[in-house]
Design a protein around this ligand. Structure first.
Ligand code: CTP
Ligand code: MG
Length: 222
């Protein structure tokens, strides 16, 4: 059976709200609750563990753990509290537009590729990406057709995730996603092209857009 880990322990500095980002209300629910509801609606998910800002109570129906000082440390703590289950869905509470269908696209891709250690939600980049030097001048324009912007959910075979997280705190601190920790040890990570709606709430503008998109959903829809 599948287990799901939601990392929600960040402070949300760039959002600048009066509380941790995951607890900010969006379209009538705390941001974290949208992701919990989506994952809880999946019959194949047997347990949900949430890494929370220290001192926060876990919402009903999930296991809560105190998050760590970095995102990957929060993932490691959540996995340690998860009990058995394989594969493992890792998701950011900062992406409240998650749906069961989207999570299933990613878990399905991992199931179909026996060689893969992980499958991750991603979208081809639409902007042209340039490398810029310290003086503010362009040093290189990258070939856009091979560039993808990576999201969560990221789904891992349990053993691969455990091995990937079994590294020093310094390495965990520089990992902006867990898939990188798998890649650096040679693991095969496949991308799943998902729609642009799965946006990440970082700034107040993102919060406004997410609220509009979530308000459009029917009340029963996770
Ligand atoms: N996260 C976490 N533990 C941390 C840092 C981040 O669980 N120590 C989680 C956040 O709660 C979020 C996800 O990782 O769901 C992605 O991080 P990000 O969007 O950067 O959120 P914050 O770190 O909260 O925001 P900011 O960087 O603006 O402070
Ligand atoms: Mg952060």
């Amino acid at each position: 059976m599948t287990i799901a880990l939601i990392v929600a322990a960040g402070s949300g500095e760039r959002l600048g709200a009066d509380r941790p980002k995951a607890l900010v209300e969006v379209a009538g629910r705390p941001m974290l609750q949208w992701s919990i509801d989506a994952l809880a609606a999946m019959g194949e998910v047997q347990r949900i563990v949430v890494a929370l800002p220290p001192g926060t109570h876990a919402p009903p129906g999930v296991i809560g753990v105190d998050g760590g000082s970095t995102r990957s440390e929060s993932v490691r703590r959540a996995l340690a509290a998860a009990g058995d289950g394989d594969p493992v869905i890792v998701h950011d509470a900062a992406r409240p537009l998650l749906t069961p269908a989207l999570a299933r696209e990613v878990t399905g891709a991992l199931q179909r590729d026996e060689q893969a250690a992980a499958a991750i939600a991603a979208a081809p980049v639409s902007d042209t990406i340039k490398r810029v030097d310290a003086g503010g001048a362009v040093s290189e324009t990258l070939a856009r057709d091979s560039l993808w912007a990576v999201q969560t959910p990221q789904v891992f075979r349990r053993g691969a995730l455990e091995r990937a997280l079994d590294v020093s705190e310094d390495l965990l601190a520089v990992a902006t996603d867990d898939a990188w920790l798998v890649e650096r040890s040679g693991g095969r990570v496949i991308v799943v092209n998902v729609s642009g709606e799965n946006l990440k709430v970082t700034t107040p503008l993102d919060l406004e857009v997410a609220a509009l998109l979530l308000a459009r959903r029917s009340p029963e829809q996770p």
